[in-house]
Write a protein that binds this ligand. Structure first.
Ligand SMILES: [Zn+2]
Length: 175
C-alpha cells in the first residue's frame, strides 16, 4: 500500500528538536525562554508501548508559562507515531480502505483507528497548508500533504506545534 512520505521514517523520529519560538509571544520575538526540566511521555513505539522518552520543557520569561516541542514523530494527545497516524488516515480517507481491513493488516485496534479518524475529521477544517486558502475536506488535505516531501511535512507540523502546542491534527485542543 503506497502512502509515500506520509509514513516515512523521519515522521517517526523521537529525537527532540529545539524550539524556534515561544507559543505565548509574537513569532518574531527574540529568544527569551530557558530550559525548565523535562517530562516523560510514551514514545508511541508499537513494538514496545511501555517505552518512554524525555521531552524537554521550556519557560517563557515574560509570561512565566511553560511549553515544549514534541519530536517530529510525536503528536499531542496521541499514542502513535506521526508517520503511522498519517499513513492510516491516508488509507482510510483517500484509499478508502475499510476500517476492519486496515485494523487487520496494520495490527492496530479498530477503536484506535475509529477514534483517530473522528478526531482528524474534527481538526481538519482549522488546518491550513501554506499558500492554500479555505477549508479542506479530509481526503484533499491528505492528498495535498502526501505530495510534499517528508522534510516539508515534518517542518509543517513543527510550525503547527510551535504555534499552538496542543493543536496538531489529531491532538487538537483549544486552549
Ligand atoms: Zn514568551
Amino acid at each position: 500500500m503506497e502512502r509515500g512520505p506520509l509514513s516515512s521514517t523521519s515522521l517517526r523520529s523521537v529525537v527532540c528538536v529545539l524550539p524556534t519560538r515561544c507559543p505565548y509571544c509574537p513569532a518574531d520575538a527574540p529568544r527569551h525562554w530557558i530550559g525548565w526540566g523535562s517530562y516523560e511521555r510514551y514514545s508511541g513505539d508499537v513494538e514496545d508501548p511501555s517505552q518512554r522518552v524525555a521531552i524537554p520543557r521550556y519557560r517563557c520569561k515574560l509570561t512565566r508559562r511553560t511549553f515544549s516541542l514534541l519530536p517530529d514523530g510525536l503528536l499531542p494527545y496521541c499514542g502513535e507515531r506521526t508517520g503511522l497516524v498519517l499513513g492510516w488516515l491516508y488509507a482510510l480517507c483517500v484509499q478508502r480502505v475499510a476500517l476492519s481491513t486496515l485494523s487487520r493488516t496494520e495490527r492496530v485496534a479498530r477503536g484506535t483507528l475509529r477514534h483517530l479518524k473522528a478526531r482528524f475529521l474534527r481538526a481538519v477544517s482549522v488546518l491550513r497548508l501554506p499558500r492554500r486558502e479555505g477549508v479542506w475536506g479530509a481526503a484533499p488535505f491528505l492528498e495535498a500533504l502526501a505530495q510534499k516531501g517528508s522534510a516539508v511535512i515534518a517542518e509543517l507540523f513543527r510550525v503547527w506545534k510551535e504555534r499552538e502546542p496542543k493543536h496538531c491534527i489529531v491532538g487538537i485542543y483549544v486552549r
